[in-house]
Design a protein around this ligand. Structure first.
Ligand SMILES: *[C@@H]1O[C@H](CO)[C@@H](O)[C@H](O)[C@H]1NC(C)=O
Ligand SMILES: *[C@@H]1O[C@H](CO)[C@@H](O)[C@H](O)[C@H]1NC(C)=O
Ligand SMILES: *[C@@H]1O[C@H](CO)[C@@H](O)[C@H](O)[C@H]1NC(C)=O
Ligand SMILES: *[C@@H]1O[C@H](CO)[C@@H](O)[C@H](O)[C@H]1NC(C)=O
Ligand SMILES: *[C@@H]1O[C@H](CO)[C@@H](O)[C@H](O)[C@H]1NC(C)=O
Ligand SMILES: *[C@@H]1O[C@H](CO)[C@@H](O)[C@H](O)[C@H]1NC(C)=O
Ligand SMILES: *[C@@H]1O[C@H](CO)[C@@H](O)[C@H](O)[C@H]1NC(C)=O
Ligand SMILES: *[C@@H]1O[C@H](CO)[C@@H](O)[C@H](O)[C@H]1NC(C)=O
Ligand SMILES: *[C@@H]1O[C@H](CO)[C@@H](O)[C@H](O)[C@H]1NC(C)=O
Ligand SMILES: CC(=O)N[C@H]1CO[C@H](CO)[C@@H](O)[C@@H]1O
Ligand SMILES: CC(=O)N[C@H]1CO[C@H](CO)[C@@H](O)[C@@H]1O
Length: 869
């Protein structure tokens, strides 16, 4: 047993009477208050609501299915078979008796990881810059279609955790934006897209998983063992910021949510009864299933009672051959520690998600293998058993390359333009610079999980990746544009070839410099960056490269491919830097998309989904890079509350280089005629009453003889099964602690009707939070000479002394012809105007004066009006 099991097991509150005397989440109103924060217990784990909005039919089918299952079959559907046990990154056991193959869960949030003949879509943090609901949905749908075609049941995405508390967070690019509303709208559309294609979306990572360092209990070099970091947050910040986009995902019907590696308020999230039982399944009314991140489960019974529904990849440690569930789950039911209704609920949730998205109609057998690209190989890769056909190389890409190109171009943000753009294609002498412009030496997939920064950057690194089917480089696309009429193009893609760079820069009429900054998941270190970035500066000597070139060429155009904010103020004001574009992580069509924008085939309309400041410090508290608490969990206190990104800059009065929501176009827009109409809506009523009793779908015998290893089954090495090896339960558990000292949390086995939660009542929360209270309209006029898109943005000042100056609440991307106008319309809901009230534990509209702003960025808000409450 690993040394971290004992403390992690305690942290869930199995001895709740001692661990959680206070039972509140601290508000964190003063710095330091969050240190050693605790997470109160909440039991029993809420079971599915048969009448939940959108889920009733799926629920009926799921219950009918689960009723026919034996105990072992139910256990099989909750437990992964072990790392590299089957074809996908995660597979549950199957039900051979019913011909049910079990579940295949596959990375990633931007395409299919570990597969061939798939597309590489723009990353989440890049598509966010399109501010385009249609693009969010289409990308989700097309990713869903590809997963469906490969036989995947659950796509492990989209991401809204990390949300991006600090821009150095290694996986921020997998998610959308540090703004909860932009993130919330993007995640909802993505979930709908994936699930409309017939695949279950797994929204992740729930929750407060804001950095890579210390995300898991682990040995950390010279420091020895360090327990998982604890993200400590107060109740108001949880609701108004980090939980907000998860609520949108739940409301959109996400079939699955992945619990994260870290602790929250000192309790491992996958066994945190407050966050899983009370907040997610209770208050947010989540009806799907909670799946663990890979090895984020640290206990058996405790995680079951705290609401976990599926464990991945199923083993205690990769390929340990043992599991907290599997055999142990069977044992915990027959020894009466876990009520069977809890297991039934987990399986019903899993099957309800399956029926919700139509897996019963859409499923095809898995036809790829994550562990080998060879056509023939082992079905059970780790055990090297079951040689046969493992890869059918099914091409699932359809014509997705077209919308990938459009989406990437629509997500490109024009930050500066002194008139040089769009280029005409008739430039006298174009020079292209930067390692980021060209091909990587070993191709776009040359480093496993994209764990290097070679060649042009089009996705970050880690599990959130897919293999590129090809990667169009910027150099290639610029050349093919200019080559159609013999235009001059030269290039230097070695950032350190100073003399060649300067020679070319001197000759060039136009220099286009490509620079980048990368990050990724913590299990890979690139250039000393252990997932999280060490700084916000450009990589590969990017700043000096721009300085060198712009010192010799007064038409220097800088293109940035990056995972998030980078420092640009060393060159952004230089008169020789005539244009700057942020192109994010555009995916396979990178070069074509940037050429479309540079040469005016597409008029840029993207807006920054984050703030670009002058230093890392401006963003607030740093990440934790070294242990701060010995071998105990580093305490990461989110003392800044809701003030991250633009909210932090606004609060501190710091002028950013480029503000959140900013982005130029080749045309210009003017704003006028703000109108606000009050919409009649009833008063907000807290949800009351009781839930149903926990439905009982089975009444399994507790006779161990019925669950013994079947003599005719061949054991696959390190594979996880539901069976017992002995009729002696302690022996079968293989657990020296079996049956020892277990005071289970009060109420955890109570299946009687439970009080409903006031702020709950439907998927996402109390349905009245989405009542429309006001409708807003404004006129946006294209007063330039070419057609273009404008993202009109609606912000609100909630008016209280602890509120951010403004918060984004809505937006729309409008295409407008020159000389014409379009009407921007947006609703303001009750939720949009509310704060989380820690005393009443509900959303409340404060008495402070509320002001509505409409404009073109978080700091350019020409229209405003006070709301008449
Ligand atoms: C949290 O805030 C509420 C309302 O301001 C207050 O009544 C309560 O005592 C606070 N709790 C803590 C632990 O600070
Ligand atoms: C559980 O799943 C495994 C792996 O798919 C399978 O071999 C076994 O037969 C299943 N057990 C039952 C009881 O269905
Ligand atoms: C049961 O769980 C314990 C940890 O709680 C683990 O040590 C043991 O190996 C597991 N048993 C089996 C059979 O997987
Ligand atoms: C920031 O990190 C990048 C990537 O590791 C590195 O190239 C660069 O030199 C670092 N910048 C500073 C100022 O240390
Ligand atoms: C850039 O430099 C060229 C050559 O020296 C000169 O002709 C041109 O006017 C300069 N352009 C600007 C915008 O300064
Ligand atoms: C378009 O409107 C904006 C905002 O009012 C203004 O700054 C700009 O000068 C106008 N452009 C033209 C070409 O009139
Ligand atoms: C193993 O034996 C059981 C019980 O006799 C039978 O139902 C099952 O089909 C057999 N499984 C295999 C893989 O032969
Ligand atoms: C169960 O028994 C099989 C067959 O003897 C053995 O290979 C395997 O390691 C045992 N598994 C567990 C979890 O004890
Ligand atoms: C019941 O089984 C579970 C899983 O093996 C074990 O952790 C727990 O200690 C057992 N409880 C009792 C009372 O035997
Ligand atoms: C705010 C509060 O009630 N704190 C209490 C939490 O529990 C510990 C241990 O019982 C007490 O010492 C604190 O006073
Ligand atoms: C040319 C180049 O940048 N090569 C780099 C490719 O990535 C590896 C791993 O990060 C680096 O060591 C090389 O320098």
């Amino acid at each position: 047993m690993a040394s971290w099991l004992a403390p992690a097991f305690l942290a869930v509150g199995l001895v709740s009477a001692q661990s959680y005397p206070n039972g509140t989440i601290p508000n964190g109103t003063s710095p330091g208050q969050l240190n050693d924060a605790t997470s109160p217990p909440f039991y029993p784990s809420p079971w599915m609501d048969p009448s939940a909005d959108g889920w009733a039919e799926a629920y009926k089918k799921a219950q009918a299915f689960v009723r026919q299952l034996t105990l072992l079959e139910k256990v099989n559907l909750t437990t992964g078979v072990g790392w590299e046990g089957e074809a996908c990154v995660g597979n549950t056991g199957s039900i051979p008796r019913l011909g049910f193959p079990g579940f295949c869960a596959q990375d990633s949030p931007l395409g299919i990881r570990f597969a061939d003949y798939v597309s590489a879509f723009p990353a989440g943090g890049t598509i966010a810059a399109s501010w385009d609901r249609g693009e969010f949905y289409r990308r989700g749908y097309q990713m869903g279609v590809e997963h469906r075609g490969k036989g995947v049941d659950v796509q492990l995405g989209p991401v809204v955790g990390p949300i991006g508390r600090n821009p150095k967070g290694g996986r921020n690019w997998e998610g959308f934006s540090p703004d909860p509303v932009l993130s919330g709208i993007a995640v909802a559309e993505t979930v709908k897209g994936i699930q409309d294609a017939g695949v279950i979306a797994c929204t992740k990572h729930y929750i407060l998983n804001e950095q890579e360092h210390f995300r898991q209990p682990n040995n950390v070099g010279d420091f020895g063992f360090v327990d998982a970091i604890s993200s400590n947050v107060d109740d108001k910040t949880l609701h108004e910021l980090y939980l907000w986009p998860f609520a949108d995902a739940v409301r959109a019907g996400t079939g699955s949510i992945m619990c994260s590696y870290n602790k929250a308020n000192n309790s491992q999230v996958c066994q945190n009864s407050y966050l899983q039982n009370y907040i997610l399944k209770g208050e947010l009314g989540f009806q799907g299933f909670i799946m663990s991140d890979w090895d984020a489960q640290h206990s058996g019974v405790a995680s079951t009672l705290a609401g976990l529904d599926m464990t991945m990849p199923g083993d205690t440690d990769f390929d340990s051959g043992f599991s907290f569930w599997g055999t142990n789950m069977t044992l915990s039911i027959i020894n009466g520690t876990v009520p069977e209704w809890r297991l039934d609920d987990a399986v019903t949730r899993i099957m309800a998600a399956y029926y919700l998205v139509g897996r019963d109609r859409h499923a095809v057998p898995v036809n790829f293998n994550s562990w080998s690209k060879d056509t023939y190989g082992f079905q059970h890769a780790y055990a090297e058993v079951g040689y046969g056909l493992i890869n059918q190389h099914v091409d699932v890409r359809e014509d997705h390359y077209k919308s990938i190109r459009t989406a990437a171009a629509k997500s490109t943000v024009l930050l500066k333009n002194n008139g040089v753009l769009p280029l005409t294609g008739n430039e006298k002498f174009t020079a292209v610079f930067g390692n980021d412009a060209g091909e990587a030496e070993y191709g776009p997939n040359g480093c496993a999980d994209r764990g290097c920064d070679n060649g042009t950057l089009a996705m970050g690194w880690g599990s959130g990746t897919a293999d590129f089917p090809y990667l169009v480089t910027p150099l290639e696309a610029i050349k093919s544009t200019l080559n159609t009429h013999g235009g001059i193009v030269s290039s230097v893609t070695d950032n350190y070839a100073f003399s060649q760079i300067i020679a070319q820069a001197k000759q060039a009429s136009h220099a286009i410099v490509f620079v980048n900054a990368d990050s990724g998941e913590g299990y890979i270190t690139v250039d000393g960056n252990e997932g999280d970035r060490n700084n916000l500066t450009l990589w590969q000597n990017g700043e000096e490269l721009v300085r060198n070139i712009s010192g010799y060429c007064n038409n220097t155009i800088v293109v940035i491919h990056s995972v998030g904010p980078v420092l640009v103020d060393s060159f952004s004001n230089s008169p020789n830097v005539s244009a700057i574009l942020w192109a994010g992580l555009p995916g396979q069509e990178s070069g074509n998309a940037i050429a479309d924008v540079l040469y005016g085939r597409i008029n840029p309309g993207g807006k920054l989904p984050f703030t670009i400041g002058k230093s890392a410090e401006e963003y607030g508290p740093d990440l934790i890079y070294e242990p701060t608490n010995g071998h105990e969990s580093p305490q990461d206190n989110f003392d800044e509350g809701v003030f991250i990104d633009y909210r932090a800059f606004d609060k501190q009065g710091i002028t950013p280089v480029y503000e959140f929501g900013f982005g130029l176009s080749y045309t210009t827009f003017s704003y006028s005629d703000l109108e606000i109409a009050k919409v009649p809506a009833g008063a907000y009523t807290p949800t009351t009453g009781l839930t149903t009793a926990a439905p009982s779908l089975g009444n399994s015998s507790n006779d161990p003889a019925l669950y013994q290893w079947p003599s005719n089954l061949t054991y696959v090495n390190a594979y996880i099964y539901p069976y017992l090896n002995s009729t002696n339960l302690a022996e079968a558990s293989h657990d020296p602690e079996y049956g020892v000292d277990h005071t289970y949390p009060e109420g955890a086995t109570d299946g009687s009707p439970q009080p409903r939660i006031a702020a709950g009542g439907g998927p996402g929360g109390n349905p009245q939070l989405w009542d429309v209270l006001y409708s807003v309209s404004a006129t946006i006029t294209n007063n330039g000479t070419i057609a273009g898109d404008e993202v009109a943005q609606l912000y609100i000042s909630l008016g209280g002394p602890q509120d951010p100056e403004v918060v984004l609440r809505n937006f729309d991307r409008l295409s407008i012809q020159p000389g014409e106008s379009a009407t921007f319309t947006a609703d303001i809901t009750r939720r949009d105007l509310s704060n989380w009230d820690t005393v009443s534990q509900n959303w409340v509209i404060s008495n402070y004066t509320k002001t509505v702003y409409v404009g073109t960025s978080s700091r350019k808000l020409p229209l405003s009006a006070q709301l008449k409450l």
